[in-house]
Design a protein around this ligand. Structure first.
Ligand code: HEC
Length: 144
């Protein structure tokens, strides 16, 4: 019989705290998606790192769909911090789905546009709940 390793343990149904999801799941996945639209400037000139092969476009689409699913998983009552939550997390979900649609069409302009839209959704929500995060260089954008 296949058995869930967590079954019976204290952690059985304990979802990660939001802070851990943000730091390890949301951030990590967003960086992975954003890596496809990183602007490079080196001896080979100035250009965007863009998906090239079919497999890379598939990976970009997978990264976007994963981010969308992360947003979807946070659109539940016990994650809601106030009545604005659904709008903020829903906006992120929409932007991530647009990114996935762009990747499916191999549309780099669309991928770039939605990468910026996703960034704006992260910032908008943080400005509402945790504005201190968006000060200094604490977040992702500084690392990109
Ligand atoms: C719907 C609101 C919302 C959206 C959208 C959102 N966040 Fe967050 N984020 C939060 C909240 C609230 C916290 C503070 C959690 C805490 O400290 O308990 C947070 C904290 C963080 C942190 C700090 C974690 C730590 O270790 O303290 C990071 C990094 C982060 N978010 C990344 C992102 C990225 C990247 C995105 C976009 C891809 C994003 N977040 C989108 C609400 C949001």
């Amino acid at each position: 019989m296949v058995r869930n390793a967590w079954a019976g343990s204290e952690e059985a149904s304990a979802a990660l705290p939001l802070k851990e999801i943000m730091a390890h799941v949301m951030q990590r996945n967003a960086l992975q998606l954003w890596s496809w639209t990183t602007y490079l400037s080196d001896e080979k000139g100035n250009r965007y790192m863009a998906p090239g092969t079919e497999a890379e476009w598939e990976d970009a689409e997978s990264d976007a769909l994963t981010l969308a699913q992360i947003a979807t998983s946070l659109k539940v009552a016990d994650r809601r911090l106030d009545d604005q939550w659904d709008r903020y997390i829903g906006d992120l979900e929409v932007a991530a789905l647009q990114s996935a649609a762009a990747a499916e069409k191999h549309d780099f302009e669309g991928l770039l546009k939605s990468a910026n839209a996703i960034d704006a959704r992260c910032v908008a929500c943080h400005m509402h709940y945790v504005p201190e995060l968006e000060g200094a260089s604490a977040l992702s954008r500084a690392k990109r």
